[in-house]
Ligand binder design. Structure first.
Ligand SMILES: *[C@@H]1O[C@H](CO)[C@@H](O)[C@H](O)[C@H]1NC(C)=O
Ligand SMILES: *[C@@H]1O[C@H](CO)[C@@H](O)[C@H](O)[C@H]1NC(C)=O
Ligand SMILES: *[C@@H]1O[C@H](CO)[C@@H](O)[C@H](O)[C@H]1NC(C)=O
Ligand SMILES: *[C@@H]1O[C@H](CO)[C@@H](O)[C@H](O)[C@H]1NC(C)=O
Length: 398
């Protein structure tokens, strides 16, 4: 049965990409005009206060960010510490809001006296603005996570820092951890960080056991020119949503299993919710960059594939590496990883920890959960007890 599901997912990816190719337009099937933001649809509906903000990056992308300035019970007075939550690949800020307020990190933090800010990377539904490009322009999708490190994260940090006048706590999940690790290694934003919690940390992907991700990586690399021509990568178009629905209705296959194929056997997510409905588009170039990491096992900038092109962009024949050992040793870090995670594999996390071996011991907290897979860190119904309470205790120290 495992193979059947694997085939279905591959089919799904092909259909998603095929749609873009057939219409001969690198556009997604989403409605481009976003009527209601995340505040209205996900936060105010739960009775919480929320503000929509816009941040423009140095390369012109206009990002939406949401602020939850106060929790339901205002018990204290004084200044709240700001915390920025940064979602993972093909997700957006709804990541932190999909479970009930008692289970979801954004609500939990706001109810525990934090000034909560939610980031949305370029290309997601909420952040498709640009000063001169439209998402229908191929050039809009000309980026990988290098640009998230160099532009999205610094712009968002700077904005929250200026608005609050304070250094930030940070929480990243998955790609949101890679963005932070990349930025910290380049000494970007480190002057604005109070501490950082990295859930399902991703830096090295060479050991990833997810068979689907590995075969997708091979496909991407083998055919990268073809895929690059499609610019935008999304699983969520109408045709694919229907396909997902149909797959989920098939006996023996449910969406828990579907998600497990990508992320590992999540122990603790709510099986009556369809988290996959919230999948967001990303750039195909970003997927190729991740595929290069799975293939090569190192953490480096986007590889243009030959020394001539690399020379053009980087002034050297191979892409520059992000040096994890150059993350400031006194930057407080909380790393939480799971024994069942197929994207942030235990061996890969250990490679990262090895690079951080000179980190000040009292500035590094590492948490390992045997039973957790990738999505449990954000969707686990017991994540408050397992991860968020220790995370808040860690924030409290810094
Ligand atoms: C993207 O935004 C449109 C318009 O607001 C909405 O209909 C659609 O459901 C959104 N898609 C996702 C995956 O959030
Ligand atoms: C993509 O961006 C690079 C700079 O990073 C630029 O040299 C190249 O021409 C761009 N390609 C397209 C198709 O916009
Ligand atoms: C879906 O799969 C999970 C375990 O993989 C199982 O616990 C759950 O009952 C299944 N749901 C349905 C509707 O079959
Ligand atoms: C799971 O989700 C359903 C539907 O949103 C909800 O009614 C239920 O209370 C949730 N269960 C838990 C344990 O959070």
């Amino acid at each position: 049965m495992g193979n059947t599901i694997r085939l279905l997912i591959l089919l799904l990816i092909f259909v998603a990409m095929g749609d873009g190719a057939r219409t001969n337009m690198p556009t997604s099937l989403y409605t481009r005009s976003v009527v209601d933001g995340i505040c209205k649809t996900m936060i105010e509906t739960q009775g919480y206060t929320c503000e929509e903000h816009k941040v423009t990056t140095k390369d012109g992308y206009i990002l939406s960010i949401q602020r939850m300035p106060k929790g339901k019970s205002a018990t204290k007075n004084g200044v709240k510490p700001p915390v920025l939550l940064q979602h993972g690949l093909m997700m957006d800020a709804t990541t932190w809001l999909l479970n009930s307020p008692a289970e979801s990190l954004a609500f939990i933090l706001t109810d525990n006296w934090y000034d909560v800010w939610l980031g949305n990377t370029r290309g997601t539904n909420q952040s498709q603005g640009h000063t001169s490009l439209s998402p229908n322009d191929p050039a809009y999708w000309n980026w990988s996570w290098d640009e998230l490190v160099a532009y999205d994260l610094p712009a968002t940090f700077q904005y929250v820092y200026e608005q609050t006048g304070q250094k930030l706590h940070y929480v990243g999940h998955s790609l949101g951890t890679l963005m932070a690790l990349g930025a910290f290694a380049q000494k970007e934003v480190t002057n604005m960080v109070r501490s950082a919690a990295l859930l399902s940390p991703i830096a090295y992907l060479g050991q990833m056991p997810s068979p689907l991700a590995r075969s997708a990586a091979d496909l991407f690399i083998a055919e990268d020119l073809y895929w690059l021509g499609l610019k935008e990568f999304s699983l969520g178009g109408e045709a694919t949503s229907k396909l997902v629905d149909d797959i989920c209705k098939t006996p023996n296959i449910n969406c828990t299993n579907l998600m497990a194929i990508f992320t590992g056997p999540n122990c603790c997510i709510n099986t009556s919710k369809s988290y996959l409905d919230h999948e967001q588009p990303t750039a195909t170039k970003n997927m190729i960059h991740l595929a290069q990491m799975i293939r090569g096992g190192s953490i480096a900038m986007y590889d243009y594939g030959n020394s001539g092109e690399n020379n053009k962009y980087y002034g050297q024949p191979t892409p520059p590496k992000y040096d994890m050992a150059s993350i400031p040793n006194d930057l407080p870090l909380f790393l939480s990883y799971g024994g069942k995670d197929m994207l942030s594999d235990v061996k890969d996390v250990q490679t990262l920890l090895e690079k951080l071996k000179d980190h000040d011991p009292d500035k590094l907290v590492v948490q390992y959960r045997e039973d957790y897979a990738h999505a449990d860190f954000v969707f686990g119904v017991n994540a408050k007890q397992v991860v968020y309470n220790p995370l808040m205790a860690f924030f409290h120290l810094h």
